[in-house]
Write a protein that binds this ligand. Structure first.
Ligand SMILES: Cc1cc2nc3c(=O)[nH]c(=O)nc-3n(C[C@H](O)[C@H](O)[C@H](O)COP(=O)(O)OP(=O)(O)OC[C@H]3O[C@@H](n4cnc5c(N)ncnc54)[C@H](O)[C@@H]3O)c2cc1C
Length: 487
């Protein structure tokens, strides 16, 4: 932790640079100090001079780290300097949240509750939500939830939030039959309790409507934050060189390759190291619209969702037409997910799926549906519409088991599902907890920042659950060894 500790005197003695306000602050303007995360190199100061409206210059004139190799990202992560903000923040702090999935959105809503304004940046071209994706294909239209299917509730704070969504008509209970479908067509319904919830028009509309009635949450979309720079006591965010604003505190509300790259040269090595410990599964999603209903195995009820067991290429199949519209006529829109093991074996770059792989995967997944339903090979009707997608960073397979990570010296935190588990509830609880912690941190006048450090060194442990996440009360019968095998 020595890299974190910097007295004001060491700063003063090094500083030939004057500290002047950028804008009117009643308190002194925050200064920014960089130190190396390795103990060998010494301090570097980032000035607090007024910048006359110019955007921050990049430290060491480094180019964007995007597009660099994994090895170079790793090297940067472990050798980058650590930023330390010293003086108090402005009276009216502004939090920048990078990621508008469940975690980032709930973080913003929870900050508003305690009177703190925020701006949420999200890359989504079609809407907010990240892995709460809903795809609508016109003109018919065909509708598919193509990541999160439904959620359950176990935590009282999440229950409160869910009740408010129910009151506003954003979600409802999914009353349809869900069960486990064993290879060969043996279907076992799951109990109707605990309640299962879905977005009334799909998951993405739920995400899009969350910030709609807020006064202190600003949403910027589509926007891909490609750089974080500490300067003049603030975090400056930019998208490919275009400034996106300056913030007193930042929240990283996304994970995976994108977050690793963003953090690799940010001045937050402790956060970057924790993020790099995260392992994510890969899952193929096949969206398929059928003219006729799928053949339900004899003796089974007409189920709307099934966790598939004993089939390598399929872990879940869900009927969106029934779930969202109780519609039992054509088109029948099904979302079919692969297992994580199948996803890992057939992983390709998700932005550039070779057509041969797409064909192979689609065939294997449709054969998997036949096997699950217990019908002869090649007897399944062909979907008249289909779309294949790879979730290359689908679900966390390990977690530190703490609600968030916060670096008080760098005035930055992370929230997301993976900190607690692998579902929407974990993501929401993580966003909520981080917001409250930021509130406490800001209210404390930042007297003893080290007291607010959370999760910077925690170990990670494997996560158990279904291949598409954890559902309290609907625990998986998956073999934990199989899950460890993914790491
Ligand atoms: C196939 C699949 C099925 C699932 N099924 C279920 C289910 O049935 N039930 C359940 O509870 N959970 C399910 N999950 C898990 C659930 O979707 C996630 O746990 C949850 O959505 C994670 O939310 P998050 O906010 O942590 O992250 P995300 O949803 O990933 O949000 C991160 C956001 O940040 C954005 N972003 C990334 N980089 C940047 C950047 N540089 N600048 C700006 N924005 C950026 C991303 O575009 C994204 O919108 C499923 C997941 C998958 C993949």
């Amino acid at each position: 932790m020595s890299n974190l500790v910097h007295s004001r005197s060491s700063f003063s003695s090094l500083s030939s640079l004057t500290v002047q306000p950028l804008k009117l602050h009643r308190k002194p303007l925050a200064s920014t100090i960089f130190t190396s995360s390795s103990s060998k190199t010494s301090t570097l100061i980032c000035s607090s001079k007024p910048n006359n409206g110019r955007k921050p210059m990049s430290r060491k004139g480094k180019k964007s780290s995007y597009g660099t190799s994994r090895r170079s990202i790793l090297k940067k992560t472990f050798t980058q300097e650590h930023v330390t903000f010293t003086f108090p923040v402005a009276d009216d702090p502004h939090v920048g949240i990078i990621g508008g999935g469940m975690a980032g959105l709930v973080c913003a809503l929870s900050l508003e509750k305690i009177g703190i304004k925020s701006t949420v940046f999200d890359t989504g071209n079609h809407g907010l939500g990240g892995r709460m994706g809903t795809r609508k294909i016109d003109p018919q239209p065909l509708i598919f939830d193509h990541a999160a299917q439904f959620f359950t509730v176990s935590n009282p704070q999440f229950a409160e939030l869910v009740d408010s969504w129910l009151e506003k008509g954003l979600i409802r209970q999914w009353q349809g039959t869900i069960g486990e479908l064993e290879v060969g067509g043996q279907f076992v319904p799951l109990p109707s309790l605990p309640p299962k919830y879905v977005g009334v028009n799909g998951m993405r509309p739920l995400a899009d409507s969350l910030p709609s009635q807020t006064r202190m949450v600003n949403v910027v979309r589509p926007c891909w934050i490609s750089r974080l720079e500490p300067f003049n006591g603030m975090w400056h965010l930019s998208e490919n060189g275009k400034p996106c604003g300056q913030f007193d505190v930042i929240v990283i509300a996304h994970n995976g390759k994108c977050a690793n790259r963003l953090l690799a040269s940010s001045g937050l090595p402790l956060i970057a190291r924790q993020m790099k410990k995260l392992d994510l599964s890969s899952i193929w999603a096949l969206l398929a619209a059928f003219e006729d209903p799928l053949p339900i195995p004899s003796g089974a009820p007409p189920f709307e969702g099934a966790f598939v067991k004993g089939v390598d290429s399929v872990s879940w199949m869900g009927n969106n037409s029934m779930k969202l519209f109780s519609k039992n006529n054509s088109p029948h829109c099904w979302t079919i997910f692969s297992t994580a093991a199948f996803g890992r074996r057939n992983k390709v770059p998700q932005e550039n799926i070779p057509s041969a792989t797409a064909e192979k995967v689609k065939t294997a997944m449709l054969e998997g549906v036949e096997a699950a339903l217990g019908i002869p090979k090649s007897s399944l009707q062909m979907p008249y519409y289909s779309r294949l997608q790879l979730w290359g960073a689908a679900l966390p397979t390990n977690s530190p088991g703490i609600p968030f990570i916060f670096d008080p010296h760098g005035r930055a935190g992370i929230c997301g599902d993976w900190l607690l588990g692998s579902n929407l509830e974990s993501a929401a609880l993580s966003g909520m907890a981080l917001a409250n912690h930021i509130g406490d941190f800001l209210r404390s006048a930042i007297g003893r920042p080290e007291e607010f450090a959370v999760g910077l060194h925690n170990e990670f442990h494997p996560i158990e659950g279904h291949d598409i996440g954890q559902f309290s009360g609907l625990e998986s019968r998956a073999n934990p060894k199989e899950l460890q095998h993914l790491n």
